[in-house]
Structure formats: structure tokens, C-alpha cells
Design a protein around this ligand. Sequence first.
Ligand code: GLU
Length: 326
Amino acid sequence: MTTAPRIRILATGGTIAGSGGSATTRAYRPGQIGVAELLAAADGLGLEADFDGREIAGIGSQDIGWPQWDALHREILSAMDDDGVDGVIVTHGTDTAEETAFLLDLTLPAGKPVVLVGAMRPADAVGSDGMRNLANAVRVAGDAQAAGRGVLVVMSDQVFAAIDVRKAATGGAEAFRGFPRGPIANVTPMSLDWFGPPDKAGRGARFAWPDMLPKVAILHTYAGMEADTVGCALGSGVEGLVLAGLGSGNAPGPVIDALAAAGVPVVRSSRVDQGSVDRNLEVDDDANRFVAARGLGPAKARILLQLCLASGMRDPAAMQAEFDRR
Ligand code: GLU
């Protein structure tokens, strides 16, 4: 006899808990629906699963940061230790889902399924995607094959690994993409098809959970960018910089020179969604002591740099090894 999977829902807010007060209004507020209502909605899906839940926050994910991340990490670790929990779902705004997912992915063991899920349309909007996505997330979090894959993001009938996923459109239910790897499974409330076996089974956390995340800024490049932007960022007390570079991580010569003289670790990423930033193409990373972000976009490169710095790492070669890992 199989028992129904026991799923813990950790609610943080976002559009999946958003309300506009009418089915067709444009403006709405994220994070209006509490965990009790979400649990009732999950129960109403008719899926073979049992739920309990905790409310971490009720906010738009543009406001998420250290206090919520710290609470989420603690709650997920406790759920992993709890024999009464088979999988965890985090309901989350879509704006920063990739950052939360990647931070948790880097700091949790690849144990029980951990699934972030959100929605692009508020709960009371016509054609809302929230309950569909939640039903899909339940299907994934309750599947034994979801374990050992790290943190997953479920949106629009697809499952993405945290390291690949990005919000790639501001609207539309199919706003998420995976780069460089696409989705790793297709999911519906009735089906789940993995495209390969778990790739992280038995893997421990890559980084210890830090006491705090150091301040790291992202510098967005543009044609004609001035070198004094680097000084502005340094003046705000950053301990590291990520360049959202042009093309394969480029910037005007004076900006590159200013970054080389910045005195803090510099990671070159790209403002372009797809593709890798590799070492020593047009920029001399060896001479400038830069790190190439490889497949990570700026937002996720920032998270990884923060964890490197928090772990005491300062050597660019050691950091590069972290950015080279998948
Ligand atoms: N900006 C809000 C957030 O990220 C709403 C967007 C959404 O969830 O899709 O939470």
C-alpha cells in the first residue's frame, strides 16, 4: 500500500497569492492570500497528497532578502529532518524566484524534493495559472524521482533546475526559460516525465549557510558607459562586483580598467539572456584577476559571489572553480 506524500508548503507571497479584487483588473497586490487559504486550495485540488504549511512572509518577491531567506533555509532543513515530510513547496513571487532557488540550491543538501512555484496571474484573475502551477508542484514534490536533483522551479507545465532557470519575460504564463539547459521534466497535474535521472543524488550542500550575505552590486553595461560608475558602486561599500556585461561579458575599456583596479573580486556576466561568458576572449581575465560567470546570469552570479565571499574565499582561481561547477 502506498501512502499519499506529505508536502510542507512554505508561503512567501507573490502573484500566486496575489489579488486584484476582480477577474479583469490590471493592477493587483501580491502576497494577499495567507498560507491557510493556500492549504485549503491545495486540499481542493483532489491530488493524492497531505499538506501542512508555514507562513514565511506575504510579500512581493522584489522585497525578499536576508530575513526571509534565513527563515526559509531553516524551515527547509527542519522539513528535511522531519520523517513526517516527503517534499517541500515554496510559494514565491516570480521576480526573484531564480535568486531564491539558486541560493537554496547552493546551501542545501540534494535530499528531499524542494520545489519553488509561482504564478504570472493573480489568484482571482481570469485564466489564473496559480492553481495549475501549484498542482504541478505537488506532483513534483511528491515524486520520489524529484529527490537528488537540487532545488527545482515549476512553472507553466515545466520543471527547471535552479542553476538554469531565469524569468525571461515580464508577462505571460510561459515566462520562465532554462539556460543553458532547458526544462528537465514536463509536468501536468496528471503526469510527470523526467528527461534524465537525478544528477545530484547524495550531494551535500556546496556552501555552509552564512551568518550574513556580503554586499555585492551588479553593474549593468551600456554603450558609452562611463568608468565612474565603478567608483560609485565602490563608494557604497560593496565587497564584490558583478558586471552585467555586453555580449560575452564586455564593457568599454575604461570600465574594464576601473574594474581591474577596484580592489574587490569582479565577476563578468552578461546582460544577454542566453550563452556563456568564458575566460580570456576579448577581456584578459588572467591579467585583470577577473572571474568569468560561465552560464550564470548576473542575478545568480551575484548569489554565488556572495556565498564565495561569505565562505572567506578571495582567490579568483578558487572562485573561478566554483563558477565552472554545475
Ligand atoms: N513582483 C511580484 C513578485 O515577484 C509579483 C510578480 C509575480 O509573482 O509574478 O512577487
